[in-house]
Design a protein around this ligand. Structure first.
Ligand code: CAA
Length: 384
């Protein structure tokens, strides 16, 4: 392996691997059927320090580096992609945004319980008519005395049902484009915040995805995250970190599909020999191993760029683009290697294939990643 992990990073990887394969994996297939939200697992993950890994210890986190975080997230995704998306949104977009932009009071009230895993957080940017283009969102927040009154509908919100606090973006000035978007911290139970339709998805079925409807939802001005007009910047910087997470999630699911396919191929006999004797299968294995390793290096590269304190927007989008496309191919090949059995629910590869499908869509589609990457290349004077 090109990238050399430290002893501490290896220790975190091993600890999470053991927990994930014992605890998370045990109910993953069942939760895919029942859509049960694994609240107990998240409680244990909080106790292990997995829900606010990169947050300073004084705010309930582990002060872990981003490389340790991607190792942990991949290990959770290996067993259950639904669990890993909740972990990803919580760690990156929710906790990191609060840590970076929150006041001391906001950190004490919201970041500490989030980072300790006592509650789940959600991030609400997308709307029915504003997905890839969040600047065109129509949710508004109007100042009224010491409060803001929020109106609008957010869509496809991860943990919209089970989240206890929501970071929501809304227009505070409709005339200034992205500079007119602000971000608010809205606890569940705030009058006027209603959980709407829950999506019935092809994958990630144990992670709830809902509409959040804001109807004259009044929040104190003290709940604004950052300054008025900071909302788009908060969302974009949160998504930089989030995209490394989705790349790590892709890696974990791809590794799980690959391991399952290799295990199956070693046992399966056709034409009188183990199928691993056939070049057709050996070449599949070689291609999959190569794709996964390439993605792993890109994920580590993005995470370590972040750890060095450098701008990592380009690296995050490159890792997300490559790894999320890679896992489409690897999970499809894993099914192919299982033959007809791969198409049944008796084998996990069917779930991996369904779960992975959204990875090229959420937290910025592959097309959006190409926009971010090409913008960076064309504007940046860095050598590629
Ligand atoms: N960090 C900080 N600021 C950033 C930034 C970044 N990575 N990228 C851009 N900005 C700032 C720019 O500096 C600029 O600010 P100033 O004008 O003040 O200098 C401002 O944002 C606008 O920048 P652009 O002109 O580049 O922005 P744009 O309007 O052209 O849009 C985009 C850029 C990349 C297309 C962006 O709209 C985008 O990322 N779209 C995809 C949205 C997305 O990923 N949605 C996912 C939903 S969340 C989700 O899926 C979570 C979940 O639940 C799983």
């Amino acid at each position: 392996m090109l990238f050399k992990l430290t002893d501490e990073q290896l220790m975190i990887q091993n600890m999470v691997r053991e927990f994930s394969r014992k605890v998370i994996a045990a109910t993953a297939a069942e939760r895919d059927k029942t859509k049960a939200f694994p609240a107990d697992n998240f409680k244990q993950m909080g106790e292990l320090g997995l829900m606010g890994m990169m947050i300073p210890e004084e705010y309930g986190g582990e002060a872990a580096d981003a490389v340790s975080y991607v190792l942990a997230l991949s290990e959770i995704a290996y067993s259950c992609a639904s669990t890993s998306v909740v972990m990803s949104v919580q760690n990156s977009i929710v906790c990191e945004s609060l840590n970076k932009f929150g006041t001391e009071e906001q950190k004490q009230e919201f970041l500490v319980p989030l980072a300790e895993g006592e509650m789940i957080g959600a991030f609400a940017l997308t709307e029915p008519d504003a997905g890839s283009d969040p600047v065109s969102q129509s949710t508004t927040a109007v100042r009224d005395g010491d409060d803001y009154v929020i109106n609008g509908t957010k869509r496809f919100i991860t943990s919209g049902q089970n989240g206890k606090v929501v970071l929501v973006t809304a227009k505070t000035d409709e005339t200034t484009g992205h500079r007119g978007i602000s971000c608010f911290i809205v606890p569940k139970g705030t009058p006027g915040l209603v959980v709407g339709h829950t999506e019935d998805k092809m994958g990630l079925r144990a992670s709830d995805t809902t509409d959040l409807i804001f109807e004259n939802c009044r929040v104190p001005a003290a709940n604004m995250l950052g300054k008025e007009g900071d909302g788009f910047k908060i969302a974009m910087s949160g998504l930089d970190s989030g995209r490394i997470g989705i790349a790590a999630q892709s890696l974990g699911v791809a590794q799980a599909a690959f391991d399952a396919a290799v295990k199956y191929a070693k046992k399966r006999k056709q034409f009188g020999v183990a199928v691993t004797k056939h070049q057709a299968i050996r070449f599949q294995i070689a291609d999959m191993a190569t794709q996964i390793e390439a993605a792993r290096q890109l994920v580590f590269s993005a995470a370590s760029t972040k750890d060095r304190g450098e701008n990592y927007t380009r690296e995050a989008s490159i890792a997300k683009l490559f790894a999320s496309e890679m896992v489409q191919d690897v999970t499809a090949r894993a099914i192919q290697m299982h033959g007809g059995y791969g198409f049944t629910k008796d084998y996990d590869v069917e779930r991996f294939y369904r779960d992975a499908r959204v990875f090229t869509i959420y937290e910025g589609t592959s097309e959006i990643q190409r926009i971010v990457i090409s913008n960076s290349v064309l504007k940046d004077k860095r050598k590629p």
